[in-house]
Ligand binder design. Structure first.
Ligand code: ZN
Length: 284
């Protein structure tokens, strides 16, 4: 089922959640679980306990995980952002710029730049980093700016990776998630439209509205038989052998095609299958 839906297996998702939760406890100094996770294992712990399980997981992934992690600091009623924003003024006019069109845009730009330089010298600016370069920049006293900035930052990034710097919980969480989230192969199924996917999914799993399933599992129809009366109506019968649809089958597939090909083949094979089902008028 997980292969068909392309969702990471349950076991993997559970391990990922557990290790993230354990990390969160370790960062939260005041949490009761914090001390429990630090204690040595005692014989009283059950094999399946959260502590033991997550400890094993962390050991297993220790190569890939950062060693040090900063504690999470909980601050109550602390909204520095709002306090700072309270003093923000919006400047909408620039001296010497007239509203008439007699100044060229270059003149306007120059006037604006000189006003900015005079009234808001760049040393007083607050810099906002949106590319996570803040960590690198601040550890270097914010001294990287200017034309060589991207190169310098890239160089810093490379250097930083050599060292063991503590990471914050959010970064740790991203690292853990990426460890567990190995991209799965995108098969042809995922290139289909949503409704084509539904059809193929139902045919593959047998959870469909064909009589065999409706009779044996859902118990909502009196017989599992196909209207042709020759066999039970299931995926294989419908796609491969039902005589009621032989003409359509020959029209869509010009030669004998295996069930495997029809359900798991390349995109065009799957699309032939969905077209066939659609043209039979049978609701799967
Ligand atoms: Zn039939």
């Amino acid at each position: 089922m997980e292969d068909i839906t392309n969702i990471p297996p349950l076991g993997k998702r559970r391990e990922c959640k557990a290790i993230v939760q354990a990390t969160k406890y370790q960062c939260s100094q005041d949490h009761p679980m914090n001390t429990r996770l630090k204690q040595l294992s005692s014989g009283r712990l059950k094999r399946s306990s959260f502590t033991l399980e997550t400890r094993a997981l962390q050991r297993k992934h220790q190569e890939a995980l950062p060693k040090y992690i900063e504690p999470i600091v909980f601050t109550m009623n602390n909204t520095p952002c709002e306090e700072k924003l309270g003093n923000v003024t919006i400047q909408t006019s620039v001296p010497l710029i007239t509203t008439k069109d007699e100044q060229t845009s270059n003149v306007k730009k120059t006037l604006t730049m000189s006003m900015l330089e005079e009234q808001y010298p760049s040393e007083t600016w607050v810099r906002v980093y949106t590319d996570e370069s803040a960590i690198n920049a601040t550890t270097n006293g914010g001294a990287v700016w200017g034309n060589e900035q991207p190169d310098r930052l890239a160089k810093y990034g490379a250097e930083q990776q050599q060292e063991e710097n503590p990471v914050c919980f959010t970064e740790m969480k991203t690292i853990i998630k990426s460890l567990f989230n190995t991209p799965q192969q995108q098969d042809s199924y995922h290139q289909l439209t949503r409704s084509e996917q539904t059809t193929i999914f139902r045919l593959r799993t047998g959870h469909n509205r064909l009589n065999q399933h409706l009779h044996k599992v859902m118990k909502v129809v009196p017989s599992p038989m196909c209207p042709c009366g020759e066999a039970e109506q299931d995926t294989a019968h419908l796609l491969q052998s039902c005589n009621l649809h032989q003409a359509l089958r020959d029209k869509i597939w010009h030669s004998v095609t295996s069930l495997e090909e029809k359900l798991y083949g390349p995109v065009d094979s799957l699309q032939k299958t969905t077209r066939f089902v659609e043209e039979t008028g049978i609701q799967v």
